[in-house]
Design a protein around this ligand. Structure first.
Ligand code: LMR
Length: 329
């Protein structure tokens, strides 16, 4: 008793409160750029819930959606500086760190999300999670969003010639830049948070994204037509700072890994459902017209974008492209 009293009075003398004496939790920050209603938004919230349940009093997870803490361009730098601990950029935003990851951006490579999932879970897909360790980036999981659709502020959007000369916002990806150049359009790399205004003010004419991103960002309110192209994917890699991760107490790292696994299952189960829900909402809103495409139309888009594959084959590796293709049924 005397000893406790002596420690406490010493602490008070040092200006420490009794609560500060208890071990304070490790604050873990998870930053992302999309709305909470999207698959990634839901995954991040699940991660918080499970991590705090598995590691009570040991971690506090703070989730920052909608570019509130860091937007595109800044989030990777912030992760490497240790200002944030988890981010989940789209796979299109890693090409400065490894060329192999460009395989995910090749137009019309994956026929659906099941093929994407199957490739990600294969040895080749899993190896990519470790491919940026030399840059201090550790991949922990793949999270799904969905297939991309093309939208513009024009009425006609069934054939590649309809986008000739138009300006498109793209993610920071050289493959996507080449994809729009192959269509004779003008791509412009731009942070996600700036897209709505750029579409609204006519800085760009169009963009490509998933139904959930289009709906949550209200792109359909400032676009006339959305062509149902499914020409590519937006999926994510959840990454952490490798040095920070390796330096965590083992029990905390294990708990966070388990939470990540649960969050991954949760987000990936929801992805298709949320995109379908948002496709219907866009249809019901009656602002942008959803343009279905015939087989012939789709073949024309595929043909127009095909030259992109050859251009990036050297950096990605022909073997990896072939391996990815095998996951289509
Ligand atoms: C985009 O920039 O369009 C997407 O990568 C945003 C996201 O994280 O889904």
């Amino acid at each position: 008793m005397k000893l406790v009293a002596a420690i406490l009075s010493g602490a008070v003398a040092l200006g420490l409160s009794a609560s500060a004496l208890a071990q304070s939790p490790i604050v873990v920050k998870f930053s992302h750029v999309v709305a909470e209603s999207t698959p990634k938004g839901q995954g991040a919230l699940k991660f918080k819930e499970v991590a705090e349940k598995l590691l009570p009093g040991k971690v506090e997870v703070q989730v920052f959606p909608s570019s509130q803490l860091f937007g595109d361009g800044k989030e990777m730098e912030a992760l490497l500086l240790g200002d944030v601990h988890f981010i989940a950029p789209s796979l299109s935003k890693f090409d400065r760190y490894t060329k192999k990851i460009q395989v995910f951006d090749l137009p019309f490579l994956f026929q659906d999300l099941a093929a994407v999932d199957s490739f990600q879970q294969s040895a080749d897909g899993k190896a990519l999670l470790d491919a940026m360790k030399n840059r201090n980036l550790q991949g922990l999981a793949y999270w799904h969003n969905g297939m991309k659709q093309l939208s513009t502020n024009k009425d006609q959007l069934t054939r590649p010639e309809h986008v000739k000369g138009l300006k498109f916002r793209i993610q920071a990806s050289d493959v996507l830049e080449a994809q729009f150049r192959a269509l004779d359009a003008n791509p412009q790399k731009m942070a996600f948070a700036e897209v709505y205004q750029a579409l609204q003010t006519g800085v760009v004419d169009g963009q490509e994204n998933t139904w959930s991103n289009i709906h949550s960002q209200k792109f359909h309110e400032v676009q006339k037509t959305i062509a149902n192209t499914n020409h590519g994917i937006i999926d994510y890699m959840v990454v952490t700072n490798a040095k920070w991760w390796d330096g965590l107490p083992a029990d905390v790292r294990d708990g966070l890994k388990k939470a990540m696994d649960e969050a991954t299952t949760h987000a990936n189960k929801l992805a298709a459902e949320l995109n379908e829900r948002d496709r219907k909402r866009i249809e019901e809103a009656g602002k942008a017209k959803i343009q279905p495409l015939t087989k012939d139309d789709l073949a024309a888009w595929q043909k127009a974008m095909a030259p992109v594959w050859k251009k990036f084959e050297g950096g990605i590796g022909a073997d990896l492209i072939q391996a990815a293709l095998k996951h289509n049924k």
